[in-house]
Design a protein around this ligand. Structure first.
Ligand code: ASP
Length: 335
């Protein structure tokens, strides 16, 4: 039973708590709201065009989820981009298999891995999130679902991709190349490769992210990297921020990279320091492998502060906000 004494104690505590929270509310009205959003950031220099597409939604007060989906569809549709979407390089056996995932401010997420014949895996991932009780569909099941949802089934292997694959078959040496992504100025070259990871905060302060790729060029058939895996290639927690990754997916998966970056931000690290610590752990676990490969993380926190860090030099990211729509920032790195 509640004694009178206890009651007085509790109500006094309640009253002081109420006083505290009303003074906190009064104080918070004096604090200028964060003006760092809407904002959208994405991996690599080619993120500029994708960000600008996302900005059409964000700049008009639209939802971050819609913005990131629309944004990453730009490289997915780009015929000169040989590792995202339609023109992605095939796997070792000549199949173009695509990976993508998406996550919204409510913690909803969807993914497809190893999907074939569908040019916009990010939109399929979104429908997995919105129309099924599942998070991830793979291979034939993912393609079947996409067709049922009205996506066009088409041959994705372009003549250029086929030529590059046949050239590669002559030696068939599988070795991940550092900063594949920024070598896209070499036309038709097998290094013409990229993964786009995008994070956006809309005018309401809600965060969403998307990640899409064809993964490592000429990978083993069935290989899935980090990009479609929630927590590895992408993670969003609307209370804290979001993170995404690019580079050798195996190392990111081993360290649950994007989730780790978000958790480090939760502990108080800045986006850049959180990315740096996640990269440091990858290097620490496999110092010799790390010298040969690239992994980069990109992150944004709830205030709209962003940062990145990579193993090797050469990583970059693109930022778009009300002030500037075509910013490219070189990522810091250990080597
Ligand atoms: N992270 C991608 C993967 O491992 C590839 C990349 O970003 O280059 O599939």
């Amino acid at each position: 039973m509640y004694s009178r004494r206890k009651f007085i104690k509790v109500s006094a505590a309640g009253a002081s708590l109420a006083a505290l929270s009303s003074s906190a509310i009064a104080r918070s009205t004096l604090i200028k709201p964060a003006a760092n959003y809407p904002i959208v950031i994405s991996t690599w220099d080619f993120g500029v065009a994708a960000n600008q597409e996302a900005w059409k939604t964000l700049g008009n007060g639209g939802r971050a989820l819609d913005a990131v989906e629309a944004g990453v569809k730009i490289p997915e549709a780009d015929m000169n981009n040989h590792s995202v979407g339609r023109a992605g390089y095939p796997d070792r056996d000549g199949h173009v298999t695509l990976d993508a995932c998406i996550m919204d401010e409510l913690g909803n997420c969807g993914a497809v891995a190893g999907i074939e014949y569908i040019a916009h895996p990010i939109s399929v991932a979104r429908l997995v999130m919105e129309k099924t009780p599942h998070v991830m569909l793979v291979g034939e099941g993912a393609t079947q679902f996409a067709v049922e949802q009205g996506f066009k089934k088409e041959k994705l292997l372009t003549p250029e991709s086929e030529k590059a694959w046949k050239e590669w078959l002559k030696t068939a040496k599988y070795s991940p190349v550092i900063n594949f992504e920024n070598k896209q100025h070499i036309p038709g070259n097998q290094y013409n490769h990229d993964t786009i990871g995008m994070l956006a905060i809309d005018a309401k302060g809600n965060i969403s992210g998307a990640c899409t790729t064809s993964g490592m060029a000429f990978k083993l058939h069935g290989r899935v990297g980090d990009s479609p895996i929630i927590g590895a290639g992408l993670y969003v927690d609307n209370e804290i921020g979001g993170a995404t990754s690019t580079g050798v997916g195996e190392e990111v998966i081993r360290n649950v990279g994007s989730f780790l970056v978000v958790e480090l931000m939760r502990q108080g690290l800045s986006p850049e320091d959180a990315c740096k610590e996640a990269v440091r752990r990858i290097i620490k676990k496999k110092p010799d492998t790390a010298k040969e490969i690239q992994v980069g993380f990109l992150a944004i926190n709830k205030k709209g502060e962003y940062g990145a860090f990579a193993i090797q030099k050469g990583f970059s990211f693109a930022v778009c906000n009300a002030e500037k729509q075509d910013l490219i920032i070189p990522g810091k790195s250990f080597y």
